[in-house]
Design a protein around this ligand. Structure first.
Ligand code: NAD
Ligand code: 89V
Length: 335
């Protein structure tokens, strides 16, 4: 069977993980790479052995020979590129956040629906190995009916060193990082119908908020707390690990630092170590994120070949984008 031919657009900091991942996944090939910066195109062509390189998405699409486009550019460009790819009739994967505004996100989902192309958001946190384990325990009923969750990501890590654009955005932590955690909350507790939110900027050198606390109502008395901070003094720094606690009618699941997963039922506790598998390009401590990229892209290939939407389809991810904007609106109202 012929391979699925991928065109990767945006060859910056994070795309390197996506390119590495495509190379180890069976049944796909990187058919072309594209970035508006010609030096990045040349570097990616050399490094990943890709014949075709472009500085313009339209040119890449009109040359054909591509089944799907993997968009790894920064958010302001996402809508235009996704709409362009949809018009060309190709499947599209787009990095999170799908868009900066709800209006753009809705338009993107609609454009893909109208064009009849599959649209997936690269929302990878739910594909982290420990998160798959937590979801499996919940699915198996290991803690009965979950009624409370806390999903927490707190760090002093200097995220602006690799992603300087994050320091100048008026909205930072919820849109960039909280979005992953809100998706995890949905994955574990079901869709949320309401969110309350408090935000704060601690770092005076950045423009947006770097601390957020959100409380979600999942219906039926089920609640979760989603909290994140890039301003927390903590040694050792857990970045980029997410800490999870889920309480249920029959037990508690707790994912602690260093991938220690505890299951408590009554007076009994069992503990397992669930670190991510290592890949040749894994670089601690980002290995947890790097492996989740492989897992998401593998899932995408399976879904694409089976003709079904991926778990993180555009339509599904719209619910996370809605939560992000509801959280900002609530935080604004309180201020
Ligand atoms: P970056 O600035 O390092 O790279 C973006 C690249 O896109 C640049 O090389 C830029 O030249 C190129 N680009 C921008 N607009 C373009 C256009 N219209 N046409 C062609 N090329 C264009 O950014 P980054 O930090 O790699 O972030 C990229 C995306 O990845 C963002 O959406 C970010 O939120 C996401 N990200 C996701 C994760 C994750 O774990 N899922 C982690 C980090 C970043
Ligand atoms: O998703 C992000 O933008 C990254 C992280 C490494 C936390 O995944 O900052």
């Amino acid at each position: 069977m012929s391979k699925v031919r991928i065109g990767v657009v945006g060859l910056g900091f994070f795309a390197q993980n996506q390119l590495e991942a495509w190379r180890v996944i069976e049944g796909v090939e990187i058919a072309a790479v594209c970035d508006r910066d010609p030096a990045k195109v040349e570097a990616a062509r050399q490094r990943y052995g890709v014949e075709r390189g472009y500085t313009d998405v339209a040119e890449m699409l009109s040359d054909g020979g591509i089944d799907a486009v993997d968009v790894a550019t920064t958010p302001p460009s996402h809508r235009a590129i996704v709409e362009q790819v949809a018009r060309a009739g190709k499947a599209v994967i787009c990095q999170k956040p799908m868009a900066e505004t709800l209006e753009d996100a809705r338009a993107m989902v609609e454009a893909c629906r109208r064009a009849g192309v599959s649209f997936t958001v690269h929302e990878n946190f739910r594909f982290q190995r420990p998160m798959r384990e937590v979801a499996g325990l919940l699915r198996d009923g290991a803690i009965g009916e979950p009624f409370f969750a806390r999903i927490s990501f707190r760090t002093p890590y200097d995220v602006f060193a690799n992603q300087p654009y994050l320091a100048t955005e008026s909205r930072f932590i919820i849109l960039d990082l909280g979005i992953h955690l809100l998706d995890l909350a949905r994955c574990f507790m079901g869709d949320a119908r309401d969110v309350s939110c408090w935000t704060k900027r601690v770092n005076p050198k950045i423009r947006g908020e770097d601390v957020a606390t959100m409380v979600l109502d999942h219906g039926g008395g089920r609640t979760s707390i989603v909290d994140c901070s890039y301003a927390t003094h903590q040694v050792p720094d857990p970045w980029p690990q997410t800490i999870v606690i889920i309480e249920g009618t029959e037990g508690t699941i707790s994912l602690e630092a260093d991938y220690r997963l505890h299951l408590t039922r009554g007076a009994e506790i069992t503990t397992r170590h669930v670190p991510p598998p290592a890949w040749p390009w894994s670089k601690l401590p980002l290995d947890i994120i790097q492996d989740s990229v492989v897992a998401l892209q593998k899932h995408w290939v399976e879904s694409y070949l089976a003709g079904r939407p991926a778990e993180t389809s555009g339509e599904d991810n719209l619910k996370v984008v809605e939560l992000v904007h509801a959280a900002y609106a609530d935080a604004e109202r309180r201020r």
